[in-house]
Unconditional design. Structure first.
Length: 244
């Protein structure tokens, strides 16, 4: 195939095909007249490159992965690909946490703007339009008016949903370190699980508001503290295990 034919069959622009050749991802033969020529394996190679790009892998890593892929051993490709995908997942979870915090800051800024009075005069520092709103403490860190202490010890989940939620916690907390704290337990996992811990804790508190969750990132590990009032202590142990 000429480059125009390959572009038509794969939907990849000719300019991108030329760039892939320069980057060492897609080698091309040359005709006597100097035109690029591709064999049928180029289509499969481009499909592999596209799938790797969809996973967010940089071109340098795709080039390394292609060397393994060329050997034809699927098990080798799998072994090489897994840590790369895991690293991208960790980065995505970190960025998600940063974006969540940024979104919360923007929500506070909007609320502050809505609360400021409309002034007819010239905009100056006294307007306070661009003054950062005061930081709000996380609900998980509040000590006054803690809703979990007065919430009824009851869960809105029923039947199979209860079993599925318990299984989710058991899977996530397998191998977690546990130690007792006042009114609860402190669970320690690798920091890469922080995103899933936060999401599952939020879901749990929506259906069981008597649980109090506090997530703390400490370098390579994440600590999740779970508390419950005295009436919910048994349920806390059943779901999160004993503090040992």
């Amino acid at each position: 195939m000429r480059i125009s034919q390959l572009a038509e069959r794969t939907g990849v622009p000719a300019t991108t095909l030329r760039f892939y050749e320069t980057a060492g991802l897609l080698p091309a033969d040359r005709t006597p007249a100097g035109y690029r020529s591709y064999g049928p394996d180029a289509i499969e190679r481009l499909s592999f490159i596209g799938a790797a790009k969809h996973l967010g892998l940089p071109l340098e890593e795709i080039a390394e992965l292609l060397l393994v892929w060329e050997s034809g051993a699927c098990a080798d490709v799998k072994a090489d690909l897994r840590p790369r995908v895991a690293a991208r997942l960790t980065e995505a979870e970190r960025r998600t946490a940063e974006l969540t915090a940024f979104a919360a800051s923007l929500h506070r800024a909007l609320a502050r703007l809505d609360a400021l009075p409309d002034r007819a005069g010239r905009c100056d520092p006294e307007c306070g339009l661009l003054t950062p709103p005061p930081a709000e403490s996380s609900p998980c860190a509040e000590r006054d008016g803690e809703r979990w202490r007065t919430a009824p010890v009851a869960c809105s989940l029923t039947g199979q949903d209860v079993a599925e939620r318990a299984a989710h916690w058991q899977r996530l907390l397998a191998g977690a370190g546990r130690e007792p704290i006042d009114e609860g337990v402190r669970l320690t996992l690798p920091a890469e699980h922080a995103g899933e811990l936060a999401a599952l804790a939020a879901e749990e508190q929506r259906c069981c508001p008597f649980f109090d969750f506090r997530l703390h990132l400490d370098g390579p590990v994440a600590h999740l503290e779970v508390r419950a009032p005295a009436d919910g202590a048994t349920l806390l142990t059943d779901l999160f295990g004993p503090a040992t």
